[in-house]
Ligand binder design. Structure first.
Ligand SMILES: [Zn+2]
Length: 292
């Protein structure tokens, strides 16, 4: 395991594969009980803080949303000492007012994934029911919105429900209409299980969603094409980077928050019944709770 330390984690999505703003950047390979992260992490300084960057799909965009080793990514950040994570991702819009090019700080998630992506660190002898009623950290959302408002003149939506589909294909028109009927606001493929696992790891986690297109529900809109999405994404990535720089500059060093005690009452299994091998394997996440 590495001795490198980081305070803030950034998970970059489509269009944001690196963060050139990191100074003295070093590449860090982290191995976890859940395998290797999507790629080597890059740890560097930003506004005097130590920041770790994970390219969610790997460099060169090699991993489909279904293939992303999310448990390893979250574990790697936790292992580096990260306590606050910002997730950047491209999304489609299901609402007229969430225009392409705007930014959204979502406040809710609906899980519409189908493949049985691993959604918990806890299994094989330990049962943990974590609350994800509010899947994003409220405190970090406020910090993120303030940073976005001050760093860009782009439209920022202060709330929104993110429906996470399996992909890798975009929606059919009928599906897109269904999600609108269900009152979903934005659509993407990666919020689940990332947000849930971040909560299980007791990290403060919030997301900046970059609207690239109107999905395919608007009848006058051409169907979503990867090329078109990539072009808007490049413009959005710039606004996202400026927001990240401002956020890291302003983030309080003491980030005491309820997220960081999310497992306090969530472990259901009798402590004495947790197998020693599980206890050892998951020590990073639950050691302090089991030994309390
Ligand atoms: Zn929090």
């Amino acid at each position: 395991m590495t001795e490198t330390h980081a305070e803030v984690g950034i998970i970059g999505g489509s269009g944001l594969y690196e963060l050139a703003e990191l100074e003295n950047a070093e590449t860090v390979e982290v191995e976890t009980p859940f395998g290797s992260p999507s790629d080597a992490l890059v740890v560097g300084r930003l506004s005097g803080r130590s920041v770790a960057f994970v390219p969610r799909h790997g460099r060169g965009h090699r991993l489909t949303p279904t293939e992303i080793p999310v448990r390893a990514n979250i574990w790697a950040l936790k292992a580096l000492g990260v306590r606050q994570v910002i997730s950047i991702s491209a999304v489609g819009s299901l609402r007229e007012e969430y225009r392409p090019g705007s930014l959204v700080v979502p406040d809710q998630i609906v899980d519409w994934t189908k493949s049985g992506r691993p959604k918990s660190f806890f299994e094989d002898g330990i049962v943990v029911h974590t609350s994800v009623a509010d899947p994003y950290c409220g405190r970090l959302r406020e910090e993120l919105m303030a940073a976005a408002h001050s760093a860009t003149d782009t439209t920022i939506h202060d709330s929104g429900t993110y429906i996470c589909i399996e992909g890798p294909q975009f929606s059919t028109r009928a599906e897109s209409e269904l999600y609108r009927f269900l009152k979903m606001d934005i659509i993407g493929m990666t919020a689940v299980p990332e947000a849930k696992l971040a909560r299980e790891a007791e990290l403060c986690y919030s997301a900046l969603a970059l609207v690239t297109d109107y999905d395919c529900w608007r009848s006058d809109e051409q169907a979503v094409e990867a090329d078109l999405v990539t072009a808007v994404m490049a413009r959005n990535a710039d606004a996202a980077k400026r927001t990240i720089v401002r956020l890291v500059e302003k983030l309080p060093a003491d980030a005491a928050c309820e997220c960081q005690d999310a497992l306090a009452h969530a472990i259901i299994t009798d402590r004495a019944a947790v197998p020693p091998s599980v206890r050892e394997r998951l020590d990073l996440l639950i050691g302090r709770h089991l030994n309390a």
